[in-house]
Design a binder for this molecule. Sequence first.
Ligand SMILES: Cc1cc2nc3c(=O)[nH]c(=O)nc-3n(C[C@H](O)[C@H](O)[C@H](O)COP(=O)(O)OP(=O)(O)OC[C@H]3O[C@@H](n4cnc5c(N)ncnc54)[C@H](O)[C@@H]3O)c2cc1C
Length: 338
Amino acid sequence: MEKILLLAATDTDGKLGKPALEAAGAARELAGALGGAKLVAGLFGAKVPSADALAGTGFEKALAVENSSLSQARYATDAAACEALVKASGATLVVAPAVSRLQRVAAGVAQRLGGRVDTHLTALSAEGGAPLVTRWYYRQRMSGQVKRAQRPWFLTVEPGTHAATAGSGPLAVEKIQVSLPESKTKVTGEKSPSSGTQTIRPDAEILFVAGAGWCKKQGDGQLHVAEAEKLILGFLDKTQSSLGGSKSVVDQTGEGAVLSFMSHLNQVGQTGSTPRHAKGLSTCCHGEEPHTVGWRFVGERRAVNLNANCGWAQGKADVLYVADAFKVMEKVNELLGG
Ligand SMILES: Cc1cc2nc3c(=O)[nH]c(=O)nc-3n(C[C@H](O)[C@H](O)[C@H](O)COP(=O)(O)OP(=O)(O)OC[C@H]3O[C@@H](n4cnc5c(N)ncnc54)[C@H](O)[C@@H]3O)c2cc1C
């Protein structure tokens, strides 16, 4: 009989974030598909005051490593904590959110324990009583399913693919003592990307994509980049949407008229990211095939483009507004208030 461990780090407030609760949902689904495998949580962080968010959702108990050194994500200390949790649980399957902190240590801990790891999974199921996991390959173009005999098997689950568990009530937490390695690294502060504006928000409802059209000469023969920046930042501020960019617009960075807050981290598409948002609004962007790859997991797609024959019009957007994005976004911001 398989035993499943949900492995997750707590946030600075000691709570579990959305990706961890989604991974808990995936672990529950897997336990159900395996005919009721045992479910245990393994939590680590500077504070693990409770595991109540998982109570009443099928988890028997929670194991916890609580240590001030775990306030920062650091390979040596995180890996030691994870190793201890997996050992103490005796788990054969380890489910973790595919967030940078867990992704960084999953392979190393699997190696220490003689296990295997598969990452960025989008579905956990079972076939013939054995776990069967799904992930996408080749820039999200093909999906494949994997079975493995080796245990422990580490499975990191892509955020946004599963419903988060919503437990309440008490769940027993068993603290585990681990001597964490000494670290010479001290975190003295944080620096955000060039503009100082946090624009990439994986949890946002809406993905707003800006294309190169924002930095092109408009109908009056002039550039309106300062106005473009104001409109885009105004919309992001009011809606807390996540900002994406086409390859053309991010490649302009550092050359002439550019959006100062746009970086290569914002790029969406075949050679960029493939984010998951409920809705997407693309502006001043042609919407060619490589970009559409990046929109694969965006639910409702809308675009604003002057060209009625742009890529979005070729069946790639649910709604295409053939209009001037400067005027549309000005009106949208006005309607949003302020
Ligand atoms: C191997 C490879 C990988 C690639 N990977 C990616 C990738 O990951 N992501 C990606 O995005 N691209 C990628 N590309 C590039 C892609 O093919 C396109 O060249 C790029 O997406 C075009 O960007 P764009 O639509 O912003 O710019 P443009 O093609 O220049 O389009 C600008 C658009 O703005 C519109 N516009 C201008 N002014 C306004 C206005 N006032 N209101 C409304 N609309 C306006 C124009 O009508 C035009 O459609 C890749 C290409 C290759 C070959």
